[in-house]
Each structure stands twice: as C-alpha cells, then as structure tokens.
Design a protein around this ligand. Sequence first.
Ligand code: SF4
Length: 228
Amino acid sequence: MLQILPQMDIEVLEQAMRDQIQDYRSRGLKMFASSSFQTHSLPMLHLISRIDNTIPVFFINTGFHFPETQKFRDEITASFGLEFIDVKSPVPKSVQRDSEGRFYFTSDPDYCCFMNKTQPMKAAMMDYDVWINGIRKDQNANRSGMQKEESTPEGKLRYHPMLEWNSKMIYAYRKKHNLPEHPLEAKGYFSVGCEPCTRKFDTTNNRDGRWFGMKKTECGLHTDLVQK
Ligand code: SF4
C-alpha cells in the first residue's frame, strides 16, 4: 500500500491555507488569528507570518498565564514579524472570587473561563469577519468532529487550517523550519494554559495535563463559540 509521507501532506495543507486566506482577502473579509503560544502553535503562526503577516494574532491574556508563556509570545511575535493583541477580561480580578473568597478557577472553572476567555474573545472578534485558529482533530473528541469552516453563534466565520495536521506533522514542520519550543516543555509541561489549571503530565495525550482531575477538557472557545 502506498504510504503518504507527512511532508507531502504538509505541503498540500500549506497550499490550501495559502489559497483560503487569499480567497478571504479577495472577498474583502477581515481576518484575525488566535494563539495560546505553545510549542505546537508555532507552525500555524509561522505559516501566517509567511502568508500574510498583517493578520493580527489575539492572545487571550487571562492574567493567570505563566510568565514564560508571555515571554515566549513576545519572542515569537518579534521573530516572526507578527502583531499580537492582548485580549483581556473587563472584570477586575478583585471581584473574580466566589462567596468564600476563592478565585473561581478553584470552585467554578467554567465560569472563570467564561469571564476570562470566552466573553472577552466574543467582544474582541466583533470587528472581524474570520477567526483563524489552530485546533486539530487529534486533540480531543470535540475537535475531531469539527469542520474546516464553522460559524460562531454571532455569524462570524471560524477557519481551522490545522484541523487535519497531527502531532507528527507539527513536529516535522518545526524541525524543517528550526522553530523553538515553549520553555516549560523541557520541564515536562506538554500543554500549557493558565498556571492554576496546568500541571506536568507524562502521558500520550498532551492535553491531560490541563484541568487535571476534572471532567473539563475545553475552556469554551471551541464549544460555546461554535454555532450548534
Ligand atoms: S484555564 Fe483556569 S485560570 Fe484560566 S480562565 Fe480557565 S479556569 Fe480560569
């Protein structure tokens, strides 16, 4: 049986992304991308920088990120020539506490994600037509059921150029372009989100280190902001 080499797949997917962005551009659609600036985010960011580096990249800055992530974001955007925009919740941290004075990430993480991620993202995307984000089918069951294009409940277009990529292809692309890794990866963090909800995890599913011990697998960006 003929085996398709990852590199061939990558070239086809790269060209498809280039064509799709060109198509959005020719239709006058205003685009933005979003990224959590993890190691596996870099191929999409690198491709955007080569296709059209005027597309801004939103970083949802919850205020709970590792300092290493923010430093990595600054280094990557500078080296790729990209513009990033910090998207922040308008709700002050002083009132992000439950009746017992604990931050909501300890007692109600869904509400914490809603306040710090979903709600600010919803507001930030209002001036745009197309949201480019790097979800992949191989990340979890929710994402495996996604299409290349989806709508948000508000009628914005979601474009998922990395949907068919897998971790081997991400690795091959990083190696080919000599892309760095998130500084916490060497310390055993394979999926890095907010500091209180991320832990080191030695597993085949990198995302198992997120919201450890809870049933939660998504923050809401790829569930609540998808038209059902
Ligand atoms: S990942 Fe954790 S800290 Fe970050 S917004 Fe969600 S619940 Fe809050």
